[in-house]
Ligand binder design. Sequence first.
Ligand code: PLP
Length: 321
Amino acid sequence: MNGPPLPRVKLAHLPTPIHPLPRLSTELGGPQLWVKRDDMTGLAFGGNKIRKLEFLLAEAQAQNAQTLITRGAVQSNHCRQTAAAAACQGFDCILVLTGNPPQTTTGNTLLDQLLGAQIVWTEDKHPDIALQETFEQACSDGQQPYLIPYGGSNPVGASAYSAAMAEFINQDTPIDRIVLATSSGGTQAGMIVGARLHGYTGKITGISVDPTADKIKPRIAALATETSALLNHSFEVTADQVEVNDSYLGGGYGVMSDLERDAIKLFAQQEGLLLDPVYTGRAAGGLIDLIRGGEIGSEERVLFWHTGGTPVLFAYADELV
Ligand SMILES: Cc1ncc(COP(=O)(O)O)c(C=O)c1O
């Protein structure tokens, strides 16, 4: 049974383009590669969170919130996109960023400040505790805060990627496998729901950026199940229906190695396409490795779903060149 569509504010430039990557396909000797450009969702350098924020901000507006609060890493793309969405929709924004202020203000931390967000550094506190304290303080200050979960990954946020799958299917590009960077899991969970609702039967391969597969697969499955219920379709997704590859965790979150560096340079120099060092660089590194190792066959049609993050390139300048 279809319910009314979820309320949504317009933030993203949609549909994002899909285009082939012919030089990269030739270089890698086989699979037809395509890219979906969610790095071009438009607002303040774009990225996947802009889609989620369309639904989250609609909920914040419905609750008469004044202040958006969320948390993330120092170079969080999610936080930068939240700050931009807050600015253009007239909310105040508080970002709880892990650790201490960096010595150099660059990449997303520069943008967070330009976008007018207030930054709270967690210093030695656990980020969840710092977030809770910030939220309680904002409540007692009468700021009417709306809490956006880590990565925007709750059913409201994930529903954006169900809608994104409808958009992708309407673009009519036959694809056997989607490959994406997965972290808090909302993007992949939404895609799984959207695939089922809108009729995409190919694979959806998440390349994990930080959690191990045994941790993230049940989380994505539970989130997909809850998202399907929110969309009035209530079906169960189980962990074994979620495909996540955790072979590329390397030195951990945000630690760039040759895998990411080489992928960034290959995409840039073959296609003029920029990736980021933390998410899409790692996912593309995984994709290249799966192709070279023969796990992705030369006959497959593969869509790399670019989820953004490019401002972080500048924070890694010294390690990239
Ligand atoms: C550039 C980029 N790609 C992928 C992801 C992962 O998305 P999700 O947290 O929905 O798994 C993020 C999350 O912050 C991101 O910033």
